[in-house]
Design a protein around this ligand. Structure first.
Ligand code: CMP
Length: 141
């Protein structure tokens, strides 16, 4: 029998899932898929419909809103959670800066992940709190 794919192994190693045992991480990894983006390619567009949660496996993406750069996100960081959580349109553009590989988890799997493994929500909430603090300290953004 073939072993887990490279993508599954790579996702299982992302610190975001560090609270989970290896078997669970691999099972979750298998629910998403790997998607590659070229430099300058828009990964999600502001006001678009949000159907996926993204984790960056490799590369860098820039979050832009109304032509302004809000932040840059790199390997092991996530985006796209806002629309997946509240069903509202995407709050910002997210653009690949270089060749960027993401793992994309469909919205319904994201809900299942949080319900089945609520401990995953802790690092996510910490990161969201960090982003909110950063946004508060630059109120013009
Ligand atoms: P979502 O609204 O689904 O799609 C755009 C994403 O950009 C959003 O989810 C967040 O993941 C991310 N994003 C929006 N605003 C910020 C911000 N101020 N700092 C970091 N990331 C952001």
């Amino acid at each position: 029998m073939a072993g887990p794919s490279d993508a599954v192994m790579m996702i299982a190693a992302v610190p975001f899932f560090e609270g989970l045992d290896e078997k669970t991480r691999k099972a979750i990894a298998a629910e998403g898929k790997e998607v590659s983006f070229k430099p300058g390619e828009m990964i999600v567009g502001e006001r678009g419909l949000g159907v996926g949660f993204y984790l960056i496996l490799d590369g860098t993406a820039e979050v832009r809103k109304g032509g302004k750069v809000l932040t840059k996100l790199g390997k092991g960081e996530f985006f796209g959670e806002m629309s997946v959580i509240d069903g509202q349109p995407r709050s910002a553009d997210v653009v690949a800066l270089g060749d960027t590989r993401c793992w994309v988890l469909p919205a319904w799997s994201f809900s299942g992940l949080i319900k089945g493994h609520p401990e995953v929500a802790i690092p996510m909430l910490k990161e969201l709190t960090k982003r909110l603090r950063a946004a508060q300290s630059s109120p013009s953004a």
